[in-house]
Design a protein around this ligand. Structure first.
Ligand SMILES: Cc1ncc(C[n+]2csc(CCOP(=O)(O)OP(=O)(O)O)c2C)c(N)n1
Ligand code: SF4
Length: 248
């Protein structure tokens, strides 16, 4: 009988620890499918973040390294420079990448490090119980903004793709969403292209994935997908910011 659906080889046979409806699991699967399709499991090294995905080294079949909070791009830089023949990726949340790790991601991108960053933007600090993140939307209620994020008090939401795409060393930058099947398929395409850009030696690549945190948003999984669509997508424009026509 023909197999039409199975676990990607690059994703270990382990139950994920994420909350029901959390989209971290979807993105893990997409990364693993891309690793399988490109046949790079044996030469891929991932760098795990701090945040809910801190132990994703348990899930990917390839080599993985754990970095301190926000430091994944610096760790990945070292790995890639020592092993230029490997495919190196970081997997980072918005607290990890856009708060404590802001300097690391900007300078790694600007140096044109030949690494790929998978950036999970769920507009909140998930693991530590729902504090405001740099990407929290105006008016969004979090545990540290109980009356909603107010720009005059808390600053404005940071648009990472728009910022990173201005940097010379960043060659492929795209924002995608996992709100429905069509967008999930598109997310996989973008992740694959980002890896291929790295493999072609072009420079730094980043895919921002608009994601859900049903637990800290206080919504059920289906409501959370709708909230993402209704609230995040209008502010965080989907699409390619750089490198759409790069030959890989
Ligand atoms: C230096 C440092 N500061 C703060 C923390 C606490 N901390 C751990 S995870 C986290 C939030 C992570 O949020 P995010 O990166 O958005 O990932 P998510 O949990 O939403 O996937 C924080 C603040 C830490 N571990 N180390
Ligand atoms: S707290 Fe949020 S980001 Fe973390 S596993 Fe649960 S739903 Fe996912």
């Amino acid at each position: 009988m023909a197999i039409v659906f199975q676990r990607p080889h690059a994703l270990k046979e382990k139950p994920l620890h994420y909350c029901p409806g959390c989209t971290h699991g979807i993105v893990h699967r997409l990364v693993a499918e891309v690793i399988d399709e490109l046949g790079i499991e044996g030469i891929t090294i991932g760098v795990s973040p701090v945040g809910c995905a801190y132990n994703n080294y348990e899930y990917f079949e390839c080599d993985m390294v754990q970095a301190a909070h926000g430091r994944a791009p610096a760790v990945a830089t070292g790995i890639k420079r020592v092993h230029p023949d490997k495919v190196v990726f970081t997997y980072q949340g918005d607290g990890d990448l856009a708060a404590i790790g802001t300097a690391e991601i900007i300078h790694a991108a600007n140096r044109g490090e030949k690494i790929t960053t998978i950036f999970i933007n769920n507009a909140i600090y998930g693991m530590t119980s729902g504090q405001m993140a740099p990407t929290t939307l105006e008016g969004q209620v979090t545990t540290t903004t109980p009356f909603g994020r107010k720009p005059e008090l808390h600053g404005y939401p940071v648009r990472v793709c728009e910022m990173i795409s201005t940097l010379g060393g960043a060659v492929f930058v795209e924002r995608v969403s996992v709100c429905d099947i069509k967008n999930i398929n598109n997310t996989k395409r973008a992740i694959k292209k980002a890896f291929q850009v790295q493999m072609a030696g072009k420079g730094f690549s980043l895919v921002e994935v608009l994601s859900t945190c049903p637990t800290n948003w206080g919504l059920d999984p289906v409501e959370a997908l709708q909230w993402l669509k209704d609230n995040m997508e209008p502010f965080y424009r989907l699409g390619n910011f750089k490198g759409k026509d790069l030959e890989v």
